[in-house]
Design a protein around this ligand. Sequence first.
Ligand code: KIV
Ligand code: ZN
Length: 514
Amino acid sequence: MADHVRIFDTTLRDGEQSPGISLDVAEKLEIAEQLARLNVDIIEAGFPIASDGDFEAVEAIAKHIRGPVIAGLSRTGFKDIDRAWEAVRHAERPRIHVFIATSPIHMAKKLRMTEDQVKAEVAAGVARAKSYCDDIEYSPEDGSRSDPEFMRDVLQIAIDNGATTLNIPDTVGFGVPEEFGKLIAYVVENVKGDYVVSTHCHNDLGLAVANSLSGVAAGARQIECAINGLGERAGNAALEEIVMAVKTRGDYFGEVEVGVRTEELARTSRLVARLTGYAVQYNKAVVGRNAFAHEAGIHQHGVLEDRETYEIIDAASVGQEAAQIVLGKHSGRHAFSDTLNKMGLHVQGDALNQAFVRFKELADRKVAITESDLEAIVAEELGTGVVHRFSLVSLDVHGGTVHQPTAHVVLTDGDGKVEAEADGNGMVDAAIAAIAQATGISGTLLDFKVSSVTGGGDALGDVVALLEADGHKASGRGVATDIVEASARAYLSAVNKIVRLQARNETRERVVGP
Ligand code: KIV
Ligand code: ZN
């Protein structure tokens, strides 16, 4: 029987720590549902002590998602562990993931602890977590830069106090494959007990996937990874690459298998890109839009004769077949919601109503609506379950090269309406200025990206705006056939998130000591 390699997805925790990503509860739930559909083994849903928003998201995921283990991250302090348990305890299969650093630099400069103090923290923290639940993971942060013998002793303490998974992080992406594989083999050989060894590799040198796979070859049976390789700094190992490497190169990895439904990979990647605002590079392995495109004539000829001349993965097996036309302007509400259900998007209540209105508007302007278009509209309307203070009623813009561009915007503000007029150095600038005036929120635009959902002249414009205002950062996304309208929607969505953050006056706790 093949050995099962567990896929531990940390998109919602390490991935969400990427600069500029701020997902709300509804968005995190949507991603968690898709991860469950993808059939990952473990979802790390967040870091409950970090903020009330993180706690709520982990709790909601634990309550609603069935199938995967739901993990919450925690430092070794009892307050953290109690909070993590409080959030994950509703899960069918909860896990507490406890971590504390073991490298000399982290212990001296960040924790200000001696080796003995770290050992005592691990013993107490893991035992506390074990008093709540059976499934306990321990990570020696910065493991790859730790003294292997000290790390081994700490890992043994974790096992002796009830840990069931030992995760070895290459926190700063320092490892290289052969060396990291040896570290995993060292742990397997020297830590006694019944546990699963795991890898958690960052991509600072572009080696996260290679290091993780080297870990598998050395005996790791859990890989921590994130969709589209999201994560702190240069990111984590990309889930889609890990899974397809293990599946495609069974001849090399031997008797190991992963349980992921690969046909869901492309959709998961698109959803995460859309909700986080982190676009996927065109030539990204497995899920990039060019991953199966053949430009050179000689390649095209070969593929037409036999796909395997130039393709080692079947595009359909990762859900990368051509965008399908699913609906048109005559499709009604029933067909709309039925199609969403078939696509695995379960949208209800206000979000469904809003998405249907947007679909009708879109169908008036675009002849064929594809799955990707629907995914984009639904992603934009997802936050509707959470109260949006402002929504767009109308936008009137004038521009060109002759007159100064101007915009007039009308918004709902709760039960009332607000409007404003402004000019700008372009139509997008004018629309944003008008919204800033109408809402009273004018921050700094840290990032602004424009792309298209599908190809062709009538493609939906897709805009992501990252806004900083009043000490808060939030990203918003907008889709529309018109790029100025998409920009206005993206900006407004970021404004709505800032309003929510202001109301909660919420900031995230910086993770340092235990
Ligand atoms: O990179 C890291 O070390 C982590 C740990 C919390 C596992 O994210
Ligand atoms: Zn990490």
